[in-house]
Design a protein. Structure first.
Length: 365
């Protein structure tokens, strides 16, 4: 296994001088997104077999809300409830996406937000402020897609998952796939275009957002909030949540195969920079919280630095190299990978959304 050559302000400080990460998989000496992505998805998250899937979409706004949930938030947003029905191999599943489009702004970006809560506005999704900032939202309640536990008999899981297969898709893959389905619909029906479509999530759903953007290039980028282990954080020498901890407590998030790397991170032929680099040439916006030791801010910044090497090979910037770590409250927004160390704890705050809005403006998205 060849080591990745890259510079980091953290090696020799937080990380030992001999610290290393595996190099990307290559073809004819050049970074191969297809091979790199396939490696980490197969070993960690599990693949979704889309063959034979039939998808239909129905407007259920009146049915669910008696026609009294159309224009609201001071008439700033038009709401539509869309029911997505999936069928494969005689098995069916449905979930709803609540779509909010600004009525006062003509040009806006669109975010598929996979959320912990069902009804908007939520503490993680301040819809009115997002409308004011030029963001339309397609909101997904994650447990309606597939429950956050070891039950693979409900939601969309039975259509894709056989847990006897050691490379079967875990829940993160299922949630990411649902975001992709919604994104496809928004583009195909003229709600938005690929260049303005993003995916966002917090914590385990921040992992989901990064995975969705890496796998599905319908997204122009992702907003990855406090994602930590198996998200935007390098697993080797990680503080807080580790592969052993996460696979002991949440084994169903991953392919069954992933547990074999618990406590053996240096035996992995990959790490999380594989996932982040697979988003290129598109955008990755990362927020880490200063007091979120469980997610490990340094491990997330290291991942962004390592992923930037793949971006640089393509003539891009990635995360603009710094000669010192970011301090609390500082931002690095000069490249395709942007990073913000927000003061505070594990949360998806309005300050985080303000950073993502700033990134969109700076990137002229």
């Amino acid at each position: 296994m060849k080591n990745l050559e890259f510079n980091s302000v953290l090696i020799g400080n937080r990380y030992p001088k001999g610290f290393y990460l595996p190099d990307y998989l290559r073809e004819n000496g050049k970074f191969s997104r297809e091979k790199t992505l396939s490696e980490i998805v197969r070993e960690e998250y599990g693949e979704i077999d889309e063959k034979g899937v039939k998808i239909s979409v129905k407007d259920v706004t009146d049915e669910k809300f008696d026609g009294d949930y159309g224009y609201f938030f001071c008439n700033k947003a038009k709401h539509t409830a869309l029911e997505f029905a999936l069928e494969k191999g005689g098995k069916t599943a449905v979930f709803v996406a609540d779509v909010f489009v600004p009525t006062k702004i003509r040009s806006y970006n669109f975010v598929v937000h996979v959320d912990f809560m069902k009804y908007l506005p939520t503490k993680y999704c301040p819809v009115e402020e997002l409308m004011d900032g030029g963001i339309a939202v397609a909101h997904l309640y994650y447990k309606e897609i597939s429950t956050d536990d070891g039950d693979f008999s409900t939601g969309i899981a039975p259509l894709f998952c056989d847990r006897l297969d050691k490379h079967c898709a875990g829940k993160l893959s299922l949630w990411a796939y649902a975001a992709k389905i919604v994104g496809d619909y928004l583009i195909n029906e003229g709600y938005t275009i690929k260049e303005k479509l993003y995916v966002a999530g917090h914590s385990r759903l921040g992992k989901t957002a990064l995975l969705a953007a890496a796998k599905y290039d319908i997204f122009a980028g992702c907003m990855v909030n406090c994602s930590g282990c198996s998200g935007a954080a390098i697993s080797r020498d990680k503080h807080g949540e580790t592969i052993k901890v996460i696979t002991d407590v949440f084994p169903y998030w991953f392919t069954p195969n992933f547990k074999k790397y618990a406590g053996k991170e240096y035996e992995m032929p990959f790490d999380q920079h594989y996932l982040m680099a697979s988003v290129l040439p598109r955008k990755v916006f990362v927020v880490a919280a200063s007091e979120d030791d469980w997610a490990d801010t340094d491990a997330q910044y290291l991942c962004a630095e390592a992923a930037s090497e793949a971006y640089k090979e393509q003539g891009l910037t990635g995360l603009k190299h710094a000669d010192k770590p970011l301090k609390v409250g500082e931002k690095n927004t000069d490249g395709e990978i942007a990073f913000f160390v927000r003061d505070g704890v594990h949360f998806f705050s309005r300050e985080d959304w303000a950073f993502y809005l700033e990134c969109l403006r700076l990137n002229k998205a």
